[in-house]
Design a protein around this ligand. Sequence first.
Ligand code: ASP
Length: 356
Amino acid sequence: MAYNKIHINPISPEPPRASVLVIYTGGTLGMVYETKGKQLVPFNFEQVIEKVPEIRRLDFEITFLTLNPIDSSNMNPDIWVELAKIIDDQYNLYDSFVILHGTDTMAYTASALSYLLEDLNKPVILTGAQLPIGVARSDARENFITALELAASVREDGTPVLSEVCVYFNSRLLRGNRSKKQESSDFNAFHSENYPHLANAGVRIDWNFPFIKAYNPDAKLKIREQLDTNVAFLKLFPGINKQVVQSILGISGLKGVVMETYGAGNAPTDEWFLEAIRETIERGIIIFNVSQCDGGRVAQGQYQTSKYLKQVGVVSGSDITAEAAITKMMYIFGKETDHAKCVEMLGMPVCGEMSV
Ligand code: ASP
């Protein structure tokens, strides 16, 4: 597919120290208020460059590639694969990649890309904003410019500091598949409860090196192009009834369910519920246990209310986020057909998305 590309040369007379490809997908950062209504709608990204003239003062080359801009509530697995393909196609032309994305589903996209971009050894940073870039108080400028700086950062030996998919927002750099949007109005929208920040951007950039993925000079990017959407969430709540549980677990073609449980992975012990879980697993559907708590982890067997889940073969999601869990299932079912292998891969970290 032919994409619209705009190239920005730095004004500095020095040779540029890096080249970054910015992929614009949409989101509030590049939205404007509709003239008639009060709704935010995406606009043509070429106008964003006029709004951030300071990017020309950065000492690296920036190329913008724009997709059809969307509100990220319309994000889907086809676009995740499209993004992976763009990065693969352009991989040798740029040192790093910044993806401008709506905040609503950014954690899903960051998680999906962390799986799809196998053996990545360049930075891919997603960022966005809570207010459009044209608004005086917008957080867009800082998020965007610092994401570019982080993406272009190198170690003393010239290798990139980052070689993984990250989310940068409000001074924090997070591992993408550990991030979660937790705030819809505060600027401090993204958190990573179960994994330390990779960097904090204050006056200086404080890197948290022990937690950053090690750079592998021999890694050769391979992308996956299949995601299987025969997955579902089953979120437990006190009062959930048999019909709701059976309807979700009985969906035709279903291959896996992310079951959002209480606390350390606990679920009701009603006979009908446990029977539904056991029978579903016997039909070959994989159930992945993820906690409704943002912090802490699933420990199946710690309480009597999770012991049975372990016995019948529910897979523990440990400290994975719901976003990383559902996209992990899509990725694994898109890649593997062997049931035992899928179970094994789900229970183990693929690219730093969970601790074991
Ligand atoms: N609805 C917007 C989106 O996710 C929100 C944002 O960008 O902050 O595209």
